[in-house]
Design a binder for this molecule. Structure first.
Ligand SMILES: [Fe+2]
Length: 472
């Protein structure tokens, strides 16, 4: 009798294991991935997964390291994506909302009573805990170095990954996420070209030009997937379309309605948002040149948002187009400089950007734009002249308290490198540039330890190419 019971249990176990082994390719269009969600906290994360458009009973079970009891979370909320060019599919969302800050937790996704996915997650850090984040931009280009850097990001064991825009090339399509993104950053296991990061650590993405600048849904009905796939706060200024920060959506009513149904409330509001993580306040902005950053609604929002982050030790701002760039490529697209006075008034410490496919950091600086700051919104960005004051004494080693904001370009995340010839040609750098590395792809690793930030820039081969410290 005992033998038969054991055999039965073994049989069930093997069936479940097989279901898990075979599950991810068949069952998921995008494997489950963690997100900070609409209302981030140190106790919560959201889990998102994409599957075919078919009814099933889904739930997620979660437990902490030391407990054997699973807590069940029903998965009934999904959005349906039914746009021209891809088979209709569903995006399921559940929320973990009782996490122990900074702890490892375990979860499994269950479909029709079968475990189809298991992973461990890292709960967000509280404001008292140290943490590590990776920052990287211009990534989903399906290049060998994009893949190597995905592995480097995984090896760095971050608590959060900051994506500084241009998530997938060339036009932010659903199909492009499938071929250039999910498979690289959320593969079933670590390989030399992919890593299972997103199931354990939330990525938080700013929108780049390749993600959301295309608004013509007749030409590209699968565009603007950013608004469908990312589960991030909606606390920035709301639309409407045609406002100073939301361009008009183009296309037939059918295509527009299909997109809006798939995007839900994320469109158009998720272009700009803020949240707290650890001891820092994070402000994410849409830096595409269609935005008029002289608009008072926007600048008031930034001012109020930064002023409201009183308890934060650090203030990071993340967006795509760098305001301070020495690269010849994209040199004319400096529109975000116009916000420097607002960032300075709001005590911002570091601005993290991409767009320019190399790594650059400035000396700490303050900047005063010439009046009028910027009154036009040309399609490819604009020059903003003005005066900068540099803190040339800061060296990130022995002098670590900056006078001013440090602006970082970390756009060497995979897409073809820009201006490798400038790395050794210091005369070609603007005077605000302290470091310029354009011969290798790289990502940024930052350890936040109370009032100290330790930055390291890591190349695709794992070598450190820059390091500096910032203290308060
Ligand atoms: Fe870009």
């Amino acid at each position: 009798m005992k033998f038969r019971l054991l055999s039965l249990l073994l049989f069930i176990g093997i069936q479940q294991l097989m279901a898990q082994e075979n599950s991810t390719e068949k069952i998921f269009i995008a494997n489950p991935y963690l997100q900070i969600g609409r209302e981030p906290s140190a106790q919560s994360l959201e889990l998102v997964w994409h599957v075919a458009d078919a009814d099933a009973t889904w739930f997620v079970e979660e437990r902490t390291k030391d407990s054997n009891a699973w807590t069940r979370i029903e998965a009934i909320n999904f959005t349906r994506v039914a746009v021209t060019g891809v088979d209709p599919h569903r995006i399921y969302h559940i929320k973990f909302n009782k996490l122990d800050p900074g702890s490892t937790f375990y979860y499994r996704v269950i479909k029709n009573k079968v475990v189809v996915f298991e992973a461990e997650g890292k709960a967000p850090k509280s404001d008292k805990q140290n943490y590590r984040f990776v920052a990287i931009g211009d990534i989903g280009a399906l290049t060998p170095d994009q893949k190597l850097l995905a592995v480097q990001a995984y090896k760095a064991k971050p608590d959060m990954v900051v994506v500084a825009g241009d998530i997938v090339y060339n036009t932010g399509l659903i199909s492009e996420y499938r071929t250039k993104f999910w498979n690289i950053y959320n593969s079933d296991k670590e390989t030399e070209q992919s890593a299972p990061i997103m199931r354990s650590v939330p990525f938080v993405a700013a929108p780049g030009n390749h993600d959301i600048a295309t608004r013509d849904l007749d030409r590209l009905p699968q565009a603007l997937a950013y608004f469908m796939f990312w589960d991030q706060p909606l606390n920035g200024p709301n639309g409407p379309e045609g406002s100073a920060w939301v361009p008009l959506l183009k296309g037939s009513d059918e295509n527009k309605n299909a997109f809006k149904a798939a995007a839900g409330d994320a469109y158009p509001r998720m272009g700009n948002f803020s949240f707290n993580y650890g001891n820092a306040h994070w402000l994410y902005l849409d830096s595409n040149p269609y935005v008029n950053w002289s608009d008072k609604t926007l600048t008031d929002w930034i001012k109020n948002d930064l002023a409201s982050a009183k308890g934060a030790t650090w203030r990071f701002v993340v967006f795509h187009h760098p305001g301070f760039n020495s690269s010849r490529q994209h040199f004319e697209e400096q529109q975000m400089r116009v916000l420097s006075p607002a960032f300075e008034a709001g005590n911002v410490d570091v601005v993290i950007t991409g767009h320019v496919h190399n790594y650059q950091r400035t000396y700490p600086l303050t900047f005063t734009p010439d009046p009028p700051a910027a009154t036009t919104t040309p399609s490819r960005g604009r020059i903003v002249n003005g005066k900068w004051v540099l803190d040339n004494n800061f060296n990130g080693k022995t002098v670590t308290k900056p006078k001013g904001i440090i602006y970082i370009v970390t756009g060497a995340g995979g897409a073809d490198l820009y201006n490798p010839e400038q790395q050794d040609d210091k005369n070609s750098w603007q005077t605000f540039t302290s470091t310029f590395i354009s011969k290798v792809h790289s990502l940024t690793v930052v350890d936040v330890e109370g009032k100290t930030l330790n930055f390291r820039q890591i190349a695709a081969d794992g070598k450190e190419v820059d390091a500096f410290k910032v203290t308060k």
